[in-house]
Ligand binder design. Structure first.
Ligand code: NAD
Length: 529
Protein backbone atom coordinates (compact mmCIF):
# COMPACT_ATOMS: atom_id res chain seq x y z
CA UNK A 1 0.00 0.00 0.00
CA UNK A 2 1.09 3.54 -0.68
CA UNK A 3 1.67 5.24 2.61
CA UNK A 4 2.31 8.89 3.20
CA UNK A 5 5.39 9.64 5.18
CA UNK A 6 4.81 12.65 7.37
CA UNK A 7 7.74 14.96 7.56
CA UNK A 8 8.72 14.42 11.16
CA UNK A 9 9.25 10.71 10.74
CA UNK A 10 12.57 9.29 9.79
CA UNK A 11 12.04 5.65 8.75
CA UNK A 12 8.66 4.14 7.86
CA UNK A 13 8.05 0.45 7.52
CA UNK A 14 5.04 -1.44 6.30
CA UNK A 15 4.84 -4.60 8.36
CA UNK A 16 3.32 -7.24 6.15
CA UNK A 17 0.66 -8.65 8.38
CA UNK A 18 -0.54 -5.40 9.84
CA UNK A 19 -2.78 -2.93 8.12
CA UNK A 20 -1.14 0.23 9.28
CA UNK A 21 2.00 2.12 8.80
CA UNK A 22 4.47 1.80 11.61
CA UNK A 23 7.21 4.34 11.84
CA UNK A 24 10.50 4.13 13.61
CA UNK A 25 10.58 6.73 16.31
CA UNK A 26 10.73 10.36 15.94
CA UNK A 27 11.74 12.68 18.73
CA UNK A 28 11.62 15.74 16.54
CA UNK A 29 7.96 15.32 15.76
CA UNK A 30 5.61 18.21 16.34
CA UNK A 31 2.54 16.05 16.45
CA UNK A 32 0.94 15.05 19.72
CA UNK A 33 2.34 11.85 21.23
CA UNK A 34 0.15 9.27 22.87
CA UNK A 35 1.84 7.44 25.71
CA UNK A 36 1.21 4.23 27.56
CA UNK A 37 -0.25 4.44 31.07
CA UNK A 38 1.53 2.24 33.57
CA UNK A 39 1.41 2.22 37.38
CA UNK A 40 -0.73 5.35 37.46
CA UNK A 41 1.55 7.40 35.19
CA UNK A 42 2.09 8.17 31.54
CA UNK A 43 4.99 6.16 30.22
CA UNK A 44 6.94 6.08 26.97
CA UNK A 45 10.09 4.41 25.75
CA UNK A 46 12.14 6.44 23.31
CA UNK A 47 13.29 3.36 21.43
CA UNK A 48 9.80 2.17 20.51
CA UNK A 49 8.18 2.39 17.08
CA UNK A 50 5.14 4.60 16.61
CA UNK A 51 1.99 4.50 14.49
CA UNK A 52 0.18 7.44 12.95
CA UNK A 53 -3.19 8.43 14.38
CA UNK A 54 -5.27 10.25 11.78
CA UNK A 55 -7.89 12.98 11.95
CA UNK A 56 -10.55 11.35 9.74
CA UNK A 57 -12.32 14.68 9.18
CA UNK A 58 -9.29 16.18 7.44
CA UNK A 59 -7.17 13.20 6.47
CA UNK A 60 -4.17 14.59 8.36
CA UNK A 61 -1.96 12.81 10.85
CA UNK A 62 -2.89 14.31 14.23
CA UNK A 63 -0.79 12.24 16.62
CA UNK A 64 1.55 9.34 16.92
CA UNK A 65 1.12 6.51 19.34
CA UNK A 66 3.92 4.49 20.87
CA UNK A 67 3.83 0.76 20.12
CA UNK A 68 4.87 -1.32 23.09
CA UNK A 69 7.92 -3.55 22.96
CA UNK A 70 8.35 -6.47 25.33
CA UNK A 71 9.99 -4.28 28.02
CA UNK A 72 6.99 -1.99 28.16
CA UNK A 73 4.58 -4.90 28.39
CA UNK A 74 6.70 -6.42 31.16
CA UNK A 75 6.59 -3.14 33.08
CA UNK A 76 2.81 -3.15 32.86
CA UNK A 77 2.62 -6.77 34.00
CA UNK A 78 4.99 -6.06 36.88
CA UNK A 79 2.93 -3.11 38.06
CA UNK A 80 -0.27 -5.14 37.77
CA UNK A 81 1.25 -8.07 39.67
CA UNK A 82 2.42 -5.74 42.44
CA UNK A 83 -1.05 -4.23 42.86
CA UNK A 84 -3.41 -7.13 42.30
CA UNK A 85 -3.37 -9.05 45.58
CA UNK A 86 -4.11 -6.00 47.72
CA UNK A 87 -6.82 -4.89 45.33
CA UNK A 88 -8.49 -8.32 45.44
CA UNK A 89 -8.27 -8.21 49.25
CA UNK A 90 -9.98 -4.81 49.33
CA UNK A 91 -13.53 -5.39 50.43
CA UNK A 92 -16.04 -5.37 47.56
CA UNK A 93 -17.89 -2.28 48.82
CA UNK A 94 -14.68 -0.27 48.67
CA UNK A 95 -13.96 -1.58 45.18
CA UNK A 96 -17.49 -0.57 44.21
CA UNK A 97 -16.95 2.93 45.61
CA UNK A 98 -14.11 3.47 43.14
CA UNK A 99 -16.58 2.53 40.40
CA UNK A 100 -19.17 4.98 41.77
CA UNK A 101 -16.59 7.76 41.80
CA UNK A 102 -15.38 6.83 38.30
CA UNK A 103 -18.98 7.01 37.05
CA UNK A 104 -19.25 10.52 38.49
CA UNK A 105 -15.98 11.62 36.85
CA UNK A 106 -17.00 10.08 33.55
CA UNK A 107 -20.22 12.07 33.62
CA UNK A 108 -18.34 15.27 34.42
CA UNK A 109 -15.82 14.68 31.60
CA UNK A 110 -18.24 13.26 29.07
CA UNK A 111 -18.23 16.19 26.61
CA UNK A 112 -14.46 16.46 26.53
CA UNK A 113 -14.08 12.71 26.02
CA UNK A 114 -16.74 12.64 23.28
CA UNK A 115 -14.90 15.35 21.39
CA UNK A 116 -11.58 13.53 21.63
CA UNK A 117 -13.22 10.26 20.62
CA UNK A 118 -14.95 11.85 17.65
CA UNK A 119 -11.73 13.53 16.47
CA UNK A 120 -9.87 10.20 16.22
CA UNK A 121 -12.71 7.88 15.22
CA UNK A 122 -14.84 10.17 13.02
CA UNK A 123 -18.23 9.32 14.56
CA UNK A 124 -20.51 12.31 15.18
CA UNK A 125 -20.52 13.85 18.65
CA UNK A 126 -23.94 12.49 19.63
CA UNK A 127 -22.77 9.01 18.67
CA UNK A 128 -19.51 9.49 20.58
CA UNK A 129 -21.66 10.40 23.61
CA UNK A 130 -23.55 7.13 23.08
CA UNK A 131 -20.26 5.20 22.97
CA UNK A 132 -19.37 6.63 26.39
CA UNK A 133 -22.90 6.15 27.75
CA UNK A 134 -23.03 2.43 26.90
CA UNK A 135 -19.69 1.94 28.66
CA UNK A 136 -20.89 3.97 31.62
CA UNK A 137 -23.84 1.62 31.98
CA UNK A 138 -21.43 -1.29 32.45
CA UNK A 139 -19.71 0.76 35.16
CA UNK A 140 -23.14 1.17 36.80
CA UNK A 141 -23.48 -2.61 36.71
CA UNK A 142 -20.00 -2.91 38.21
CA UNK A 143 -21.09 -0.66 41.09
CA UNK A 144 -23.24 -3.60 42.19
CA UNK A 145 -20.29 -5.98 42.36
CA UNK A 146 -20.70 -6.82 46.08
CA UNK A 147 -24.02 -8.41 45.18
CA UNK A 148 -22.96 -9.88 41.82
CA UNK A 149 -19.82 -11.53 43.20
CA UNK A 150 -21.51 -13.09 46.23
CA UNK A 151 -21.03 -16.82 46.49
CA UNK A 152 -23.47 -19.63 47.24
CA UNK A 153 -24.03 -21.54 50.44
CA UNK A 154 -25.73 -24.80 51.34
CA UNK A 155 -26.26 -25.48 54.98
CA UNK A 156 -26.32 -29.18 55.90
CA UNK A 157 -25.29 -30.61 52.50
CA UNK A 158 -24.47 -33.78 54.50
CA UNK A 159 -24.45 -34.69 58.17
CA UNK A 160 -22.71 -31.74 59.82
CA UNK A 161 -21.41 -30.62 56.45
CA UNK A 162 -21.84 -27.20 54.84
CA UNK A 163 -20.80 -26.27 51.32
CA UNK A 164 -20.03 -22.81 50.07
CA UNK A 165 -18.54 -21.37 46.93
CA UNK A 166 -16.85 -18.10 46.20
CA UNK A 167 -15.85 -16.28 43.04
CA UNK A 168 -12.24 -15.18 43.23
CA UNK A 169 -10.38 -12.86 40.88
CA UNK A 170 -8.11 -14.50 38.30
CA UNK A 171 -5.12 -12.20 38.90
CA UNK A 172 -3.61 -10.13 36.09
CA UNK A 173 -5.86 -10.14 33.03
CA UNK A 174 -5.95 -8.30 29.69
CA UNK A 175 -8.31 -6.81 27.13
CA UNK A 176 -7.59 -6.14 23.45
CA UNK A 177 -10.10 -3.80 21.82
CA UNK A 178 -11.14 -2.59 18.33
CA UNK A 179 -11.27 0.95 16.94
CA UNK A 180 -15.02 1.24 16.59
CA UNK A 181 -16.02 1.70 20.26
CA UNK A 182 -12.92 3.12 21.96
CA UNK A 183 -14.82 3.95 25.17
CA UNK A 184 -17.58 1.35 25.47
CA UNK A 185 -15.63 -1.83 24.76
CA UNK A 186 -12.70 -1.10 27.11
CA UNK A 187 -15.31 -0.40 29.83
CA UNK A 188 -17.21 -3.64 29.03
CA UNK A 189 -14.02 -5.38 29.97
CA UNK A 190 -12.12 -3.45 32.64
CA UNK A 191 -15.29 -2.30 34.42
CA UNK A 192 -16.27 -5.82 35.39
CA UNK A 193 -12.75 -7.32 35.60
CA UNK A 194 -11.45 -4.64 37.99
CA UNK A 195 -14.59 -4.59 40.12
CA UNK A 196 -14.09 -8.34 40.60
CA UNK A 197 -10.58 -7.78 42.00
CA UNK A 198 -8.35 -8.33 38.96
CA UNK A 199 -5.56 -6.05 37.75
CA UNK A 200 -6.03 -5.17 34.10
CA UNK A 201 -3.85 -4.50 31.06
CA UNK A 202 -5.73 -2.80 28.24
CA UNK A 203 -4.35 -2.90 24.70
CA UNK A 204 -6.66 -0.55 22.80
CA UNK A 205 -6.81 -0.03 19.05
CA UNK A 206 -3.85 1.97 17.81
CA UNK A 207 -6.17 3.86 15.44
CA UNK A 208 -7.99 5.83 18.19
CA UNK A 209 -5.95 5.28 21.37
CA UNK A 210 -6.45 8.54 23.30
CA UNK A 211 -9.77 7.96 25.07
CA UNK A 212 -8.66 4.68 26.72
CA UNK A 213 -5.74 6.56 28.33
CA UNK A 214 -8.12 9.26 29.56
CA UNK A 215 -10.36 6.58 31.06
CA UNK A 216 -7.41 5.10 32.93
CA UNK A 217 -6.43 8.51 34.27
CA UNK A 218 -9.99 9.02 35.54
CA UNK A 219 -9.88 5.62 37.25
CA UNK A 220 -6.74 6.77 39.09
CA UNK A 221 -8.52 9.99 40.03
CA UNK A 222 -11.43 7.91 41.28
CA UNK A 223 -9.12 6.22 43.77
CA UNK A 224 -8.00 3.08 41.93
CA UNK A 225 -4.57 2.03 43.24
CA UNK A 226 -1.69 2.45 40.78
CA UNK A 227 -1.06 -0.64 38.67
CA UNK A 228 -4.62 -2.00 38.78
CA UNK A 229 -5.36 -0.52 35.33
CA UNK A 230 -2.59 -0.13 32.77
CA UNK A 231 -2.91 0.88 29.13
CA UNK A 232 -0.33 -0.50 26.73
CA UNK A 233 -0.57 0.58 23.09
CA UNK A 234 0.64 -1.61 20.32
CA UNK A 235 0.09 -3.88 17.40
CA UNK A 236 0.56 -7.57 16.74
CA UNK A 237 3.80 -7.64 18.74
CA UNK A 238 2.04 -6.38 21.87
CA UNK A 239 -0.92 -8.72 21.29
CA UNK A 240 1.36 -11.75 20.91
CA UNK A 241 3.27 -10.67 24.00
CA UNK A 242 0.00 -10.62 25.97
CA UNK A 243 -1.15 -13.96 24.59
CA UNK A 244 2.10 -15.70 25.48
CA UNK A 245 2.73 -14.04 28.84
CA UNK A 246 2.68 -16.58 31.64
CA UNK A 247 1.46 -14.10 34.26
CA UNK A 248 -1.62 -12.98 32.30
CA UNK A 249 -4.42 -15.36 33.20
CA UNK A 250 -7.24 -14.32 30.88
CA UNK A 251 -7.69 -12.35 27.67
CA UNK A 252 -10.81 -10.73 26.32
CA UNK A 253 -10.65 -9.70 22.67
CA UNK A 254 -13.03 -7.81 20.39
CA UNK A 255 -12.16 -7.22 16.74
CA UNK A 256 -12.35 -8.89 13.33
CA UNK A 257 -12.98 -12.62 13.09
CA UNK A 258 -9.71 -13.92 11.67
CA UNK A 259 -7.78 -12.15 14.40
CA UNK A 260 -10.33 -13.21 17.04
CA UNK A 261 -9.87 -16.81 15.95
CA UNK A 262 -6.08 -16.43 16.11
CA UNK A 263 -6.23 -14.81 19.56
CA UNK A 264 -8.53 -17.55 20.84
CA UNK A 265 -6.25 -20.36 19.63
CA UNK A 266 -2.96 -18.82 20.68
CA UNK A 267 -4.24 -17.70 24.07
CA UNK A 268 -5.83 -21.09 24.79
CA UNK A 269 -2.62 -22.85 23.77
CA UNK A 270 -0.81 -20.75 26.38
CA UNK A 271 -3.29 -21.98 29.01
CA UNK A 272 -5.39 -18.84 29.30
CA UNK A 273 -9.07 -18.27 29.59
CA UNK A 274 -10.04 -16.48 26.34
CA UNK A 275 -13.19 -14.86 24.98
CA UNK A 276 -12.80 -13.44 21.48
CA UNK A 277 -15.61 -11.56 19.75
CA UNK A 278 -15.37 -11.21 15.96
CA UNK A 279 -17.04 -9.59 12.97
CA UNK A 280 -20.66 -9.43 11.95
CA UNK A 281 -23.10 -9.18 9.06
CA UNK A 282 -26.44 -8.59 10.71
CA UNK A 283 -29.66 -9.16 8.78
CA UNK A 284 -32.92 -7.24 9.13
CA UNK A 285 -35.85 -9.39 8.02
CA UNK A 286 -38.90 -7.45 6.86
CA UNK A 287 -42.17 -9.38 6.82
CA UNK A 288 -44.96 -8.25 4.44
CA UNK A 289 -47.05 -7.01 7.39
CA UNK A 290 -44.30 -4.77 8.84
CA UNK A 291 -44.80 -1.04 9.29
CA UNK A 292 -42.52 0.08 6.45
CA UNK A 293 -42.29 3.71 7.57
CA UNK A 294 -40.96 2.52 10.91
CA UNK A 295 -38.63 0.08 9.15
CA UNK A 296 -37.14 2.80 6.95
CA UNK A 297 -36.72 5.21 9.86
CA UNK A 298 -34.89 2.52 11.83
CA UNK A 299 -32.96 1.12 8.91
CA UNK A 300 -31.23 4.30 7.77
CA UNK A 301 -29.84 4.80 11.28
CA UNK A 302 -28.90 1.15 11.74
CA UNK A 303 -27.28 0.73 8.32
CA UNK A 304 -25.56 4.10 7.95
CA UNK A 305 -25.14 5.45 11.51
CA UNK A 306 -21.49 5.68 12.55
CA UNK A 307 -20.71 5.14 8.82
CA UNK A 308 -21.70 1.50 9.27
CA UNK A 309 -18.71 0.90 11.55
CA UNK A 310 -20.70 -0.93 14.22
CA UNK A 311 -20.64 -4.64 14.88
CA UNK A 312 -24.40 -4.34 15.51
CA UNK A 313 -25.10 -2.31 12.35
CA UNK A 314 -27.72 -3.68 9.98
CA UNK A 315 -25.97 -3.90 6.58
CA UNK A 316 -28.30 -6.54 5.09
CA UNK A 317 -32.05 -6.12 4.71
CA UNK A 318 -34.16 -9.11 3.71
CA UNK A 319 -37.65 -8.17 2.51
CA UNK A 320 -39.95 -11.18 2.29
CA UNK A 321 -41.65 -11.24 -1.11
CA UNK A 322 -41.02 -9.02 -4.14
CA UNK A 323 -43.91 -6.71 -3.28
CA UNK A 324 -42.38 -5.94 0.13
CA UNK A 325 -38.99 -5.42 -1.56
CA UNK A 326 -40.34 -2.93 -4.10
CA UNK A 327 -42.30 -0.95 -1.51
CA UNK A 328 -39.31 -0.87 0.84
CA UNK A 329 -36.93 0.27 -1.89
CA UNK A 330 -39.30 3.05 -2.96
CA UNK A 331 -39.37 4.39 0.60
CA UNK A 332 -35.66 3.88 1.24
CA UNK A 333 -34.33 5.92 -1.68
CA UNK A 334 -35.68 9.33 -0.58
CA UNK A 335 -34.65 8.58 3.02
CA UNK A 336 -31.10 7.87 1.86
CA UNK A 337 -31.05 11.08 -0.18
CA UNK A 338 -31.79 13.00 3.03
CA UNK A 339 -28.80 11.58 4.88
CA UNK A 340 -26.31 14.30 5.70
CA UNK A 341 -22.68 13.22 5.76
CA UNK A 342 -20.35 15.81 7.20
CA UNK A 343 -17.57 16.69 9.63
CA UNK A 344 -18.12 14.72 12.83
CA UNK A 345 -18.60 17.91 14.85
CA UNK A 346 -21.28 19.28 12.50
CA UNK A 347 -24.47 19.08 14.61
CA UNK A 348 -26.52 18.40 11.46
CA UNK A 349 -24.43 15.43 10.33
CA UNK A 350 -26.02 11.98 10.49
CA UNK A 351 -22.62 10.43 10.18
CA UNK A 352 -19.01 11.47 9.62
CA UNK A 353 -15.93 10.03 7.93
CA UNK A 354 -14.68 6.46 8.29
CA UNK A 355 -11.66 5.87 10.47
CA UNK A 356 -8.77 5.82 7.97
CA UNK A 357 -8.07 6.30 4.28
CA UNK A 358 -7.18 2.65 4.11
CA UNK A 359 -10.55 1.62 5.50
CA UNK A 360 -12.28 3.93 3.02
CA UNK A 361 -10.41 2.24 0.15
CA UNK A 362 -11.41 -1.17 1.49
CA UNK A 363 -15.11 -0.22 1.57
CA UNK A 364 -14.91 1.18 -1.96
CA UNK A 365 -13.25 -2.06 -3.01
CA UNK A 366 -16.31 -3.96 -1.76
CA UNK A 367 -18.61 -1.62 -3.70
CA UNK A 368 -16.61 -2.36 -6.88
CA UNK A 369 -16.76 -6.07 -6.09
CA UNK A 370 -20.54 -6.05 -5.61
CA UNK A 371 -20.96 -4.34 -9.01
CA UNK A 372 -18.68 -6.95 -10.63
CA UNK A 373 -20.69 -9.71 -8.98
CA UNK A 374 -23.88 -8.41 -10.62
CA UNK A 375 -25.66 -6.66 -7.74
CA UNK A 376 -27.74 -3.65 -8.76
CA UNK A 377 -26.16 -0.38 -7.51
CA UNK A 378 -29.20 1.69 -6.57
CA UNK A 379 -27.42 4.50 -4.76
CA UNK A 380 -23.71 5.19 -5.12
CA UNK A 381 -21.87 6.83 -2.21
CA UNK A 382 -18.43 6.80 -3.74
CA UNK A 383 -18.51 10.33 -5.13
CA UNK A 384 -20.62 11.93 -2.48
CA UNK A 385 -20.47 15.72 -2.22
CA UNK A 386 -19.07 16.22 1.23
CA UNK A 387 -19.27 19.81 2.42
CA UNK A 388 -16.28 19.36 4.71
CA UNK A 389 -12.61 19.09 3.75
CA UNK A 390 -12.20 16.94 0.71
CA UNK A 391 -9.18 15.07 2.10
CA UNK A 392 -11.28 13.57 4.90
CA UNK A 393 -12.19 9.90 4.76
CA UNK A 394 -15.80 10.43 3.72
CA UNK A 395 -17.98 7.97 1.90
CA UNK A 396 -21.65 8.48 1.13
CA UNK A 397 -24.51 6.07 1.78
CA UNK A 398 -24.66 3.24 -0.74
CA UNK A 399 -27.53 0.89 -1.55
CA UNK A 400 -27.50 -2.38 -3.50
CA UNK A 401 -30.47 -4.47 -4.56
CA UNK A 402 -30.59 -8.03 -5.92
CA UNK A 403 -27.67 -9.15 -3.80
CA UNK A 404 -27.50 -12.96 -3.54
CA UNK A 405 -25.98 -15.31 -1.03
CA UNK A 406 -23.36 -16.54 -3.53
CA UNK A 407 -21.76 -13.09 -3.71
CA UNK A 408 -18.56 -12.53 -1.75
CA UNK A 409 -19.66 -8.95 -1.05
CA UNK A 410 -22.60 -10.49 0.86
CA UNK A 411 -20.63 -13.19 2.63
CA UNK A 412 -17.97 -10.84 4.00
CA UNK A 413 -18.19 -7.94 6.40
CA UNK A 414 -17.84 -4.54 4.66
CA UNK A 415 -18.00 -2.39 7.83
CA UNK A 416 -19.00 0.77 5.98
CA UNK A 417 -22.12 2.74 4.93
CA UNK A 418 -23.30 0.10 2.46
CA UNK A 419 -26.75 -1.50 2.68
CA UNK A 420 -27.52 -4.66 0.70
CA UNK A 421 -31.03 -5.83 -0.16
CA UNK A 422 -31.24 -9.62 -0.36
CA UNK A 423 -34.73 -10.69 -1.42
CA UNK A 424 -36.32 -13.79 0.11
CA UNK A 425 -39.41 -15.52 -1.22
CA UNK A 426 -40.75 -16.54 2.19
CA UNK A 427 -40.16 -16.55 5.94
CA UNK A 428 -38.17 -19.81 5.91
CA UNK A 429 -35.76 -18.58 3.28
CA UNK A 430 -35.27 -15.32 5.21
CA UNK A 431 -34.53 -17.11 8.49
CA UNK A 432 -32.16 -19.49 6.73
CA UNK A 433 -30.20 -16.63 5.20
CA UNK A 434 -29.40 -15.25 8.66
CA UNK A 435 -28.90 -18.69 10.18
CA UNK A 436 -26.56 -19.95 7.45
CA UNK A 437 -24.35 -16.88 7.31
CA UNK A 438 -20.83 -17.32 8.71
CA UNK A 439 -21.48 -14.51 11.22
CA UNK A 440 -24.13 -14.65 13.91
CA UNK A 441 -23.83 -11.50 15.96
CA UNK A 442 -27.23 -9.80 15.71
CA UNK A 443 -30.41 -10.08 13.69
CA UNK A 444 -33.67 -8.15 13.58
CA UNK A 445 -37.16 -8.93 12.41
CA UNK A 446 -39.96 -6.49 11.61
CA UNK A 447 -43.50 -7.81 11.80
CA UNK A 448 -46.86 -7.21 13.48
CA UNK A 449 -47.39 -10.94 13.92
CA UNK A 450 -46.43 -12.16 17.40
CA UNK A 451 -46.45 -15.81 16.39
CA UNK A 452 -44.04 -15.22 13.49
CA UNK A 453 -41.80 -13.18 15.77
CA UNK A 454 -41.74 -15.89 18.40
CA UNK A 455 -40.95 -18.61 15.86
CA UNK A 456 -38.19 -16.42 14.48
CA UNK A 457 -36.57 -15.75 17.86
CA UNK A 458 -36.59 -19.47 18.64
CA UNK A 459 -35.30 -20.75 15.30
CA UNK A 460 -32.69 -18.26 14.20
CA UNK A 461 -29.04 -19.29 14.64
CA UNK A 462 -27.80 -15.91 15.86
CA UNK A 463 -26.79 -14.68 19.34
CA UNK A 464 -28.70 -11.39 19.71
CA UNK A 465 -32.20 -10.91 18.32
CA UNK A 466 -34.29 -7.76 17.85
CA UNK A 467 -38.04 -7.88 17.33
CA UNK A 468 -38.98 -4.54 15.75
CA UNK A 469 -35.69 -3.30 17.24
CA UNK A 470 -32.94 -2.66 14.69
CA UNK A 471 -29.82 -2.80 16.88
CA UNK A 472 -30.52 -5.25 19.69
CA UNK A 473 -27.53 -4.47 21.90
CA UNK A 474 -28.46 -5.92 25.28
CA UNK A 475 -28.43 -3.65 28.33
CA UNK A 476 -25.40 -3.84 30.63
CA UNK A 477 -26.95 -6.17 33.21
CA UNK A 478 -27.76 -8.67 30.46
CA UNK A 479 -24.92 -9.85 28.29
CA UNK A 480 -23.41 -9.22 24.87
CA UNK A 481 -22.19 -11.92 22.52
CA UNK A 482 -22.77 -13.39 19.09
CA UNK A 483 -22.61 -16.91 17.70
CA UNK A 484 -20.66 -18.71 14.98
CA UNK A 485 -17.68 -16.69 13.68
CA UNK A 486 -18.84 -13.66 15.64
CA UNK A 487 -17.55 -15.14 18.88
CA UNK A 488 -14.88 -17.65 19.86
CA UNK A 489 -15.02 -18.98 23.39
CA UNK A 490 -18.08 -19.59 25.47
CA UNK A 491 -18.65 -16.63 27.76
CA UNK A 492 -20.17 -13.28 26.80
CA UNK A 493 -19.26 -9.72 27.72
CA UNK A 494 -20.63 -7.95 30.85
CA UNK A 495 -23.61 -8.83 33.02
CA UNK A 496 -23.26 -12.03 35.06
CA UNK A 497 -21.46 -13.68 32.12
CA UNK A 498 -18.75 -11.06 32.55
CA UNK A 499 -18.50 -11.77 36.28
CA UNK A 500 -18.13 -15.47 35.43
CA UNK A 501 -15.44 -14.81 32.85
CA UNK A 502 -13.33 -12.64 35.14
CA UNK A 503 -13.53 -14.91 38.21
CA UNK A 504 -12.93 -18.53 39.10
CA UNK A 505 -15.10 -20.51 41.45
CA UNK A 506 -13.72 -22.09 44.55
CA UNK A 507 -15.99 -24.49 46.42
CA UNK A 508 -15.39 -25.35 50.05
CA UNK A 509 -16.89 -28.41 51.74
CA UNK A 510 -16.49 -28.12 55.48
CA UNK A 511 -17.42 -29.89 58.62
CA UNK A 512 -16.55 -29.38 62.25
CA UNK A 513 -16.77 -32.91 63.64
CA UNK A 514 -17.69 -33.53 67.19
CA UNK A 515 -14.49 -35.00 68.62
CA UNK A 516 -16.49 -37.59 70.59
CA UNK A 517 -17.70 -39.22 67.35
CA UNK A 518 -15.22 -42.04 66.51
CA UNK A 519 -17.29 -43.49 63.67
CA UNK A 520 -15.36 -41.76 60.91
CA UNK A 521 -14.29 -43.82 57.90
CA UNK A 522 -12.02 -42.06 55.44
CA UNK A 523 -11.65 -45.01 53.06
CA UNK A 524 -14.76 -44.58 50.91
CA UNK A 525 -15.68 -41.87 48.46
CA UNK A 526 -17.59 -39.32 50.51
CA UNK A 527 -21.33 -39.21 49.85
CA UNK A 528 -23.85 -37.00 51.53
CA UNK A 529 -26.40 -39.80 52.03
P1 NAD B 1 -9.08 -5.53 14.24
O1 NAD B 1 -9.30 -7.00 14.29
O2 NAD B 1 -8.30 -4.97 13.12
O3 NAD B 1 -8.33 -5.04 15.56
C1 NAD B 1 -8.75 -5.42 16.84
C2 NAD B 1 -7.54 -5.46 17.76
O4 NAD B 1 -6.62 -6.44 17.28
C3 NAD B 1 -6.78 -4.14 17.81
O5 NAD B 1 -6.42 -3.87 19.15
C4 NAD B 1 -5.57 -4.39 16.94
O6 NAD B 1 -4.43 -3.68 17.34
C5 NAD B 1 -5.32 -5.87 17.10
N1 NAD B 1 -4.70 -6.46 15.89
C6 NAD B 1 -4.77 -6.00 14.62
N2 NAD B 1 -4.09 -6.81 13.79
C7 NAD B 1 -3.60 -7.81 14.55
C8 NAD B 1 -2.81 -8.98 14.26
N3 NAD B 1 -2.42 -9.28 13.02
N4 NAD B 1 -2.51 -9.80 15.29
C9 NAD B 1 -2.91 -9.53 16.54
N5 NAD B 1 -3.65 -8.44 16.87
C10 NAD B 1 -3.99 -7.59 15.89
O7 NAD B 1 -10.53 -4.86 14.34
P2 NAD B 1 -10.91 -3.35 14.13
O8 NAD B 1 -10.82 -3.02 12.67
O9 NAD B 1 -10.20 -2.49 15.09
O10 NAD B 1 -12.45 -3.38 14.57
C11 NAD B 1 -13.49 -3.70 13.69
C12 NAD B 1 -13.87 -5.15 13.80
O11 NAD B 1 -14.26 -5.46 15.12
C13 NAD B 1 -15.06 -5.51 12.92
O12 NAD B 1 -14.85 -6.77 12.36
C14 NAD B 1 -16.22 -5.55 13.91
O13 NAD B 1 -17.32 -6.34 13.51
C15 NAD B 1 -15.54 -6.12 15.09
N6 NAD B 1 -16.29 -5.84 16.32
C16 NAD B 1 -16.92 -6.88 16.92
C17 NAD B 1 -17.65 -6.67 18.06
C18 NAD B 1 -18.34 -7.81 18.75
O14 NAD B 1 -18.69 -7.67 19.89
N7 NAD B 1 -18.54 -8.95 18.10
C19 NAD B 1 -17.73 -5.39 18.61
C20 NAD B 1 -17.06 -4.34 17.98
C21 NAD B 1 -16.34 -4.59 16.83
Amino acid sequence: PAFLQHQAVSICIDLENTRFQYCKKTRSSNVRQINHYIAGKLYSDETESTASVYAPNTGDVQAEVFLANSNTLQKAVDSALAAQADWAATNPQRRARVMFKFKELLEANRDRLAQLLSSEHGKVLSDAQGDIQRGLEVIEFACGIPHAQKGEYTEGAGPGIDVYSMRQALGVVAGITPFNFPAMIPMWMFGVAIACGNAFILKPSERDPSVPVELAKLMTEAGLPDGVLNVVHGNKEAVDGILDHKDIKAVSFVGSSDIANYVYERGARAGKRVQAMGGAKNHGIIMPDADLDQVVADLVGAAYGSAGERCMALPVVVPVGDETAEKLKAKLIPAIKDIMVSHSEDPNAHYGPVVTGEHKARIEGYIDLAIEEGAELVYDGRNAQIPADSKGFFIGPTLFDHVTKEMRSYQEEIFGPVLQIVRAKDFIEAVNLASDHQYGNGVAMYTRNGHAAREFAQRVNVGMVGINVPIPVPVAYHTFGGWKRSSFGDTNQHGMEGVKFWTKVKTVTQRWPDSSDTNDNAFVIPTMG
